[in-house]
Design a protein around this ligand. Structure first.
Ligand SMILES: [Zn+2]
Length: 230
């Protein structure tokens, strides 16, 4: 695993208890003790599975925690972009990594302030974890689709009304996604996410979706519903 060796993880966690958890952006912190937190980052395919230890562990288990109640917790991650580490102080860790505030913790006023200080394509800003933590590539596309904003729109051209729309769309999409446990099958049919891809059609107008590369990431959008701001 990146971040910590298996031996150190075992040495520092053996006999300890997971007490509480805290999420910030794409990181999950699990409190082990007063001065020790387990840090998990799920990458693209990482997840946690809790099960009775006499059942078989998931195929792509990277780390397996065994509890006194004969249950196990597997950190599985098929594509290995995830990360496990230890942190002594969560706030200090977040500061050192230069992570921005969590997307669900900021107010409209703070959101406006963050956008006001930056230039570039709106999508790149949404993805910049140092500005706002917690929005991934496919969710940035979903937020922009919902707000009907073209992903390449220059932030300075958004205007007050669109910034408000974007803020509300971000909260709505993230909250719904959490409710649906990020399962595309449980997401509303009006969303872009299940239709991303070459033959995908816009759930709103039925036209073919388009893609463009912004900041090195592929953006999917509807050129009809998300017109560039002129
Ligand atoms: Zn459309």
């Amino acid at each position: 695993m990146k971040g910590v060796s298996a031996r150190e993880l075992a040495r520092r966690l053996k006999g300890r208890r997971f007490e509480s958890s805290r999420r910030h952006g794409k990181h999950l912190f699990v409190r082990v003790d007063d001065d020790l937190w387990l840090r998990l980052h799920f990458g693209m395919t990482g997840s946690l599975q809790y099960f009775k230890c006499d059942q078989r562990a998931p195929k792509h288990t990277r780390v397996l925690f065994t509890f006194a109640n004969a249950h196990c917790l597997a950190f599985e991650d098929q594509r290995k972009f995830g990360e496990i580490g230890l942190a002594e102080d969560v706030d200090e860790y977040l500061r050192k990594r230069g992570l921005g505030r969590d997307a669900l913790d900021i107010s409209l006023w703070q959101f406006k302030e963050i956008l006001g200080k930056h230039r570039g394509a709106v999508k790149s800003t949404l993805l910049n974890q140092k500005l706002i933590a917690g929005i991934g590539n496919i969710y940035a596309d979903e937020i922009l689709f919902h707000a009907r904003i073209h992903p390449a729109t220059e932030i300075g051209r958004l205007g007050e009304k669109n910034v408000g729309k974007l803020f509300r769309a971000a909260r709505y999409i993230l909250k719904k996604t959490i409710e649906a446990k990020a399962d595309a099958d449980l997401m509303p049919k009006s969303w872009l996410l299940p239709r991303r891809g070459k033959w995908g059609k816009c759930p709103r107008c039925g036209r073919g979706l388009k893609s463009v590369t912004i900041g090195g990431r592929t953006a999917w959008f509807c050129a009809h519903c998300q017109r560039p701001t002129s």
